[in-house]
Design a protein. Structure first.
Length: 116
C-alpha cells in the first residue's frame, strides 16, 4: 500500500475511533459480528501479521455474517499504537457505513482495483 493511501487509512481509523465507531480486538470483533442493528460491523480490518488461525476465524465469521473483511498492510503493534492502545489488536471492526466506505476506498490497490 502506498504512503498516501496508508496515511488516509490511518486518518480514517482515527476519525472512526474518536466517533466511537470502532470495535477493537479479535474477540470483541467476533462478538460484534453476531449483533444486529445499528451497531453491527460494516467492515472488519485484519492486521497482516495476525496468526493464520486468527485470520481464518475473522474471515470465516465475517463471511458468515455478510460483513466485508480486508487484511490491511498494518501490523498489529502499529494498529495498537495508532489507536492509542497498550496492546496489539489483530483486528478492528467499523460499525458505521460512511466510515466503512471511506476505509474501503483507502485500502484499494492501484494495480488491482480491489481491497488488499
Amino acid at each position: 500500500m502506498d504512503n498516501k493511501k496508508n496515511t488516509r487509512l490511518i486518518g480514517m481509523l482515527g476519525f472512526a475511533m474518536r466517533a466511537g465507531r470502532l470495535v477493537i480486538g479479535t474477540e470483541s470483533v467476533c462478538t460484534a459480528l453476531a449483533k444486529q442493528g445499528r451497531m453491527k460491523p460494516r467492515l472488519v480490518l485484519v492486521a497482516h501479521d495476525a496468526s493464520e488461525g486468527t485470520k481464518k476465524k475473522l474471515l470465516t465469521k465475517s463471511e458468515f455474517y455478510g460483513v466485508s473483511a480486508i487484511t490491511v498492510n498494518i501490523d498489529s503493534g502499529e494498529l495498537g499504537r495508532l489507536l492509542g492502545k497498550l496492546y496489539a489488536p489483530a483486528a478492528v471492526a467499523i460499525n458505521d457505513d460512511r466510515f466503512a466506505d471511506e476505509i474501503k476506498k483507502a485500502t484499494l490497490s492501484d494495480d488491482q482495483g480491489e481491497p488488499s
